[in-house]
Structure formats: C-alpha cells, structure tokens
Design a protein around this ligand. Structure first.
Ligand SMILES: [Fe+2]
Ligand SMILES: [Fe+2]
Length: 152
C-alpha cells in the first residue's frame, strides 16, 4: 500500500481515538483533568501531522506533550507517596521507562517523517489507555479500599 493510502486510512479510522472517555475516569478530579489534557495534546499532535508545517508542528506539540506528561507523572507519584501506595516504586518505574523511550525518539526526530509520528502517536495513545485503565485506576481503588477499612 502506498504511504498516502496508509495515512488517509489512518486518518479515517482513528479520528475518534485521541479522546478522553468516561471509561478512563479514575475518580480523582486532578488526575482525571490531567489525563484529559494529555488526550487533548494527542489530538493536537494528530492534527499537526496533516498540517502544512507538519514537521515543525509535530515536534513542538510532542515537546509540550512530553513536558506536560512529566508534570502529570510527578503529581501522580506525589499522590501515591502521600497515601503510602504499595505499588509506588513499580508504577514510578513505568512512568520513567515511558519518558526515557519517548524522549529518545523525540531527540532523534529531526527529519520529516510522518510514519514515525503516526507510530509514536498510536504507541503513546495505547500506552496511556492501558496505563490509565490498569495502573492509575489501581491507585484510586487502593484509596477507596483504605477508606473502607479506616475506623470511622
Ligand atoms: Fe500513572
Ligand atoms: Fe496518569
């Protein structure tokens, strides 16, 4: 399949993909608001891929996305520490490994490469969806369980 074919197929199929959905709600307002903003930035990066100045726009939005994601990860790690979350170290390691991987890709992305941008976008989206549903929801489930056990 020609590249243009892949790009237009991608555009058709995944326009609805980069959206925060109610199913991603973890039940902590701050965390949920930050997740929403991350998905807004994914959607912005998706639009950038099809803009006239795609190379520059993608790189600039990706940088903003990575910086904001780092802020979010730090806030989430502070939250885990403040509640004595037992999975803190493992969860933090997942955050760090994602940041290392994506920053390395960002540093290498000097050339115009729509396919790489699309791959990265899909990878980030899927990583975040899985991470929110499995790991982030486990934090708020732990808070709820702790509250149930706490003497009233
Ligand atoms: Fe997380
Ligand atoms: Fe998160």
């Amino acid at each position: 399949m020609e590249r243009i074919g892949i790009v237009s197929l991608f555009k058709e199929q995944v326009l609805a993909r980069f959206e925060w959905k109610a199913a991603f709600c973890v039940g902590d307002n701050r965390v949920d608001e930050q997740h929403k903003k991350i998905f807004d930035l994914l959607a912005a990066m998706h639009r950038d891929i099809y803009s006239d100045d795609a190379n520059h726009a993608v790189k600039s939005t990706l940088k903003e996305l990575l910086e904001y994601t780092k802020v979010h990860f730090t806030d989430e790690e502070d939250l885990m520490r403040s509640i004595g979350y037992p999975g803190y170290a493992a969860h933090k390691a997942l955050h760090e490994s994602l940041m290392d991987k994506v920053w390395a890709l960002y540093m290498r992305s000097n050339e115009s490469n729509t396919d790489l941008a699309i791959e990265l976008l899909v990878f980030l989206n899927d990583w975040l969806v899985n991470h929110i549903l499995e790991e982030d929801k486990a934090i708020t489930a732990y808070v709820r369980e702790s509250n149930k056990k706490a003497p009233s």
